[in-house]
Design a protein around this ligand. Structure first.
Ligand code: APR
Length: 247
């Protein structure tokens, strides 16, 4: 594994336009369970609660699970060393941007500046009636569904529900970044959800070297991944940072 980490560190250091693509796995070491796999959230909850039609038809029921899944605990999760190393690599000009499928805002909290949230964010909410935007920490969830302070309309989190389209800006910028990248670092994602899972393929088609960090294999591993670093994101990225500093 050591020489694979050294190989990955060399490729990342020599890159002209390295981009990181992250999934739920990068936040596992912050205490946030992934969606799939042995401890996956979808083993305990029915994904229907995040279906947009279910949300509109069963707003209170959906909000009860949303609060439990994304606000009761997640709100307290802190960035782990994986988020911090990516912020450091952006700071030193090695990584140009992060495309994340996550809605936990942990990249931004770790100091990353150029972050494209492909599935939106739980960090803000919008009123379905008047469109007023709120920072989630400013909204009490003691009474559900949360209401707009301006017009008493129902608030909806700004993340993408199943059945909703990808935010246009994040979608376009993410594919642009994938096309521009010469190194695309895929961290903590099964690659099971479209269209997000198209991004590594777009990078690969444009000649990017795919480096993957994941303790398991994903749909990318035996397909487009050139270097698979089998392990936890926090540990592996900390090692990569050390190697890059010694190069
Ligand atoms: N470090 C790196 N990867 C990890 C770690 C870790 N410590 N722990 C688990 N993983 C890997 C798992 O092996 C798995 O491949 O993270 C991945 C988590 O997969 P998913 O839970 O499917 O997460 P993701 O691929 O991001 O899901 C995509 O599905 O439910 C929707 O919108 C949701 O954005 C999410 C999308």
């Amino acid at each position: 594994m050591e020489n694979k980490i050294l190989q990955a560190a060399q490729v990342i250091k020599d890159s002209k336009y390295a981009v990181a693509f992250t999934g739920a796995g990068i936040s596992v070491e912050s205490g946030i369970p992934p969606f799939r796999g042995p401890e996956g959230l979808w083993n305990k909850y029915d994904p229907i609660v995040l279906d947009v039609n279910y949300f509109y038809a069963n707003t209170l029921e959906s909000w009860k699970v949303i609060r439990e899944l994304f606000y009761d605990f997640f709100g307290k999760a802190k960035p782990n060393s994986a988020h911090q190393v990516l912020a450091y690599l952006e700071n030193t000009g090695i990584i140009k941007s992060i495309i994340t499928q996550n809605i936990d805002n942990l990249h931004q909290e770790a100091g990353s500046k150029t972050v494209y949230e492909f599935h939106g964010t739980a960090h803000t909410m919008i009123c379905l009636k008047c469109g007023q935007k709120y920072q989630s920490p400013d909204i009490s969830l003691s009474k559900l569904p949360p209401k707009c302070k301006e017009c008493n309309g129902v608030l909806k989190p700004d993340f993408i529900f199943f059945g909703e389209g990808i935010p246009e800006y994040a979608h376009n910028k993410s594919f642009e970044e994938a096309e521009k990248s010469d190194v695309f670092i895929v961290i903590g994602t099964t690659g099971e959800v479209m269209p997000a899972s198209m991004l590594p393929h777009t990078a690969h088609q444009n000649g990017a070297i795919i480096i993957e960090i994941n303790p398991e294999e994903s749909l990318f591993t035996n397909n487009i991944t050139k270097i698979h670093l089998k392990g936890k994101a926090g540990e592996i990225l900390t090692e990569i940072k050390k190697q890059i500093e010694e190069l």
